[in-house]
Ligand binder design. Structure first.
Ligand code: COA
Length: 254
């Protein structure tokens, strides 16, 4: 299984498990995660959700081959269902990140409640480098969390940045040694499990309630553009260059 779903002690754990492809996420993986989040919503046995990956890779983001073969063109697509279910989750969501978190690997963290990063974590949103644009409300949430200029630098240049920088930017709660991050995140999730669900749900709703409509509107705006840009010559060149292990050449495009 490329994504492992497990339930224990009130925590639903979603683990990226495709190490040979650096945990790159396919449509089938998004669907598995979307379904797990939907089930969790009505399962009283789930009181917190935890995302994690492997010690050396969180996820390389969307599978670029999948992007080329089946570009998501509708809001019924698994990736939209996944983000929709994540951004609407009424239960607390915790993430433990080790290694690279690329593209949606970083974007999804903006929708989590607590994010813990290992000192080897590297975050990046290389959309412009791929001939694309920001996705799933990152163009709204990142400037809100980090301030416009910091968000602009990360979203335009797309360069990878450290766990310490992500912590200073405000979307990582704490940086831990690599060997400790998962256990720490699990312990934080266990604290949430012990608290009254009704209070946590109310707290989350009070903080995020007004934001939901703005997030949905931004996702719609971004998705329209993203779908068009996925079919662009620039994106095709970037994806092909990745698989041919060379630098993309955008100078041939106006
Ligand atoms: N989609 C599909 N396959 C991917 C992938 C992705 N997003 N990321 C990595 N892979 C595959 C590689 O093609 C390679 O496959 P191969 O062994 O069959 O050649 C394998 O995973 C290992 O990747 P590699 O690049 O050699 O690993 P690395 O440790 O040198 O680098 C990353 C790791 C994550 C930094 C690098 O793989 C990367 O930048 N990936 C692309 C990230 C990306 O652009 N994501 C989309 C964002 S929208």
């Amino acid at each position: 299984m490329d994504v492992l779903i497990s339930k224990a002690n009130g925590i639903l754990t979603i683990t990226f498990n495709r190490p040979d492809k650096k945990n790159a996420i396919t449509a089938a993986m998004y669907q598995t995660m979307a379904d797990a989040l939907k089930d969790a919503e009505c399962d009283a046995g789930v009181r917190a959700i935890l995302f994690t990956g492997k010690p050396d890779i969180f996820t390389a983001g969307n599978d670029l081959d999948d992007f080329l073969q089946n570009p998501p063109q509708s809001t019924k697509n698994p990736v939209y269902q996944f983000i929709q279910n994540l951004s609407h989750a009424s239960k607390p969501v915790v993430a433990a990140v080790s290694g690279p978190a690329v593209g949606i690997g970083t974007t999804l963290l903006l929708h989590c409640d607590f994010v813990y990063a290992a000192d080897n974590a590297r975050f990046s949103m290389p959309f412009a480098k791929l001939g694309l644009c920001p996705e799933f409300a990152s163009s709204l949430l990142l400037p809100q969390i980090a301030g416009y200029q910091r968000a602009a630098e990360k979203l335009m240049l797309g360069e990878a940045f450290s766990a310490q920088e992500a912590c200073a930017m405000g979307f990582v709660n704490k940086v831990l040694p690599s060997a400790e991050v998962l256990a720490f995140a699990q312990a934080q999730a266990a604290k949430l499990v012990a608290l009254p669900t009704s209070s946590l749900r109310a707290t989350k709703r009070l903080m995020k309630g007004k934001q939901i409509a703005a997030i949905e509107a931004k996702i719609e705006e971004e998705s329209k553009l993203f779908s068009e840009m996925l079919l662009s010559k620039e994106a095709k060149e970037a994806f092909t260059a990745f698989f041919e292990k060379r630098k993309p050449d955008f100078t041939k495009f106006k």
